[in-house]
Design a protein around this ligand. Structure first.
Ligand code: NDP
Length: 385
């Protein structure tokens, strides 16, 4: 029987919800491109309810315990005395989420002698040392597509929020003010701006599609060029180098995985090469940008705004400069964990576990690392080009 250690974010401060704003969520059976939504044999939860916190347990306990497996669920993940530190050493499976990542470093992987599967309940497995996992023959899998649209929607919201100065204007209304001039002194229209995305994968393409009706000029960089018909349909300008895109765009949105090649991509010199008054939106990974260079560029006025919901490390310390820098539109890492997304990634987590526990192959598109190297989605998105 397997031991499964699952690290999830803590319950809400007022306790696990018992009532919800809406009675249900739409049923989504497949994604753009045709991949089917998760197909576990059954689910033991109600879609639309909180599943990603500790009490939600991803809806896994009944299923796992009925089959005789052990499930440990905790949010206590950091420090030498944490529950995770104690429990992962003899786990067969570690489930973690990018929102509240249990970092599976090389050193931890060396101590996790029984570990066979590192499962990301969401998308983005950079919290696992993928090279160390490959060397140990550990499979790394994630629920590809489960929250891609959730993130794309959040990205469009952040772009509009920054350009139109939504959050500071909202603050004036909450404070009881009617300070029109204060609000609009930093507000513009999105229409006709040059908007570029880095990485035209699932999220990147969904962002491009959602921005198209705003009549912006769209640019992209990716290692592989999109089909000519799609470039034409969306009116895309391709840049083979990120620096060329950065130079011409008013808004740059990041959608690549964190890899040795993308780590620190938007450093001080890349930011300095951008137009004065440009905006950066980052819903991909905090380490894609240089923390202090962003804060400095906002202070100096070189950047007009920065929004994102990804930080490093997570949770971010209380004194992280992105919490207080000017013209920021930060959220804690939430874009991919709406109640709608949770239903999909919880079902996908169960599907992957069902396969793993019964010796069936895990869907190719869910694989990042398997058999000692990159596989499936990992072979396209994480492997060096
Ligand atoms: P995909 O695998 O669909 O897309 C990633 C794309 O990145 C690939 O198409 C790859 O395409 C491109 N890429 C890889 N390396 C580079 C590089 N060096 N330069 C430019 N492009 C590169 O993943 P998703 O779109 O689903 O997710 C992307 C990332 O978003 C995840 O890895 C994760 O970090 C983050 N994410 C964040 C979430 C959140 O809650 N905030 C939730 C979900 C994901 P090509 O090789 O063709 O360039």
């Amino acid at each position: 029987m397997a031991k499964i250690v699952c690290v999830l974010y803590p319950d809400p401060v007022d306790g696990h919800p018992t009532r919800y704003a809406r009675d249900n969520i739409p049923v989504i059976r497949s994604y753009d491109g045709g991949q089917t939504a998760p197909t576990p044999s059954a689910i033991d939860f109600t879609p639309g309810e909180m599943l990603g916190d500790v009490s939600g347990e991803l809806g896994l306990r009944k299923f796992l315990e009925a089959a005789g497996h052990e499930l440990v669920v905790t949010s206590d993940k950091d420090g030498p005395d944490s529950v995770f530190e104690r429990e992962f050493v003899d786990a067969d499976v570690v489930i973690s989420q990018p929102f509240w990542p249990a970092y599976l470093t090389r050193e931890r992987i060396a101590r996790a002698r029984k570990l066979k599967l590192a499962l990301t309940a969401g998308i983005g497995s950079d919290h696992v040392d993928l090279a160390a996992a490959a060397e140990r023959g550990i499979t790394v899998a994630e629920v590809t597509w489960s929250n891609s649209i959730s993130v794309a929607e959040h990205t469009v919201m952040m772009i509009l929020g920054l350009v139109r100065n939504y959050l500071p204007s909202h603050d004036w209304s909450r404070k009881g003010g009617w300070n029109i001039a204060d609000c609009v002194a930093h507000a513009y229209d999105l229409e006709a701006l040059q908007v570029g995305i880095v990485a035209a994968g699932r999220i990147g393409q969904a962002v491009l599609r959602r921005l198209k009706p705003f009549d912006v000029k769209l640019h992209y960089n990716s290692r592989h060029r999109l089909p000519a018909a799609l470039e034409q349909e969306l009116g895309l300008t391709y840049h083979s180098e990120v620096k060329d895109l950065a130079r011409v765009c008013d808004i740059v949105s990041l959608h690549c995985p964190l890899t040795p090649q993308t780590d620190g991509m938007f450093n001080a010199s890349m930011i300095a090469s951008m137009k004065r008054g440009a905006y950066i939106v980052n819903t991909a990974r905090g380490r894609l940008v240089d923390r202090d260079a962003v804060a400095q560029a906002l202070k100096s006025g070189h950047l007009a705004g920065y929004a994102g919901d990804v930080w490093f490390p997570q949770p971010a310390p209380a004194d992280h400069p992105w919490r207080t820098m000017p013209w920021e539109g930060m959220t804690p890492h939430i874009s991919g964990t709406t109640l709608s997304a949770q239903a999909r990634y919880a079902a996908g987590t169960r599907e992957i576990l069902e396969c793993f526990l019964t010796g069936k192959p895990i869907r190719e598109e869910y694989l990042i690392v398997q058999g000692g190297g990159f596989a499936g989605t990992g072979a396209h998105s994480y492997a060096a080009a």
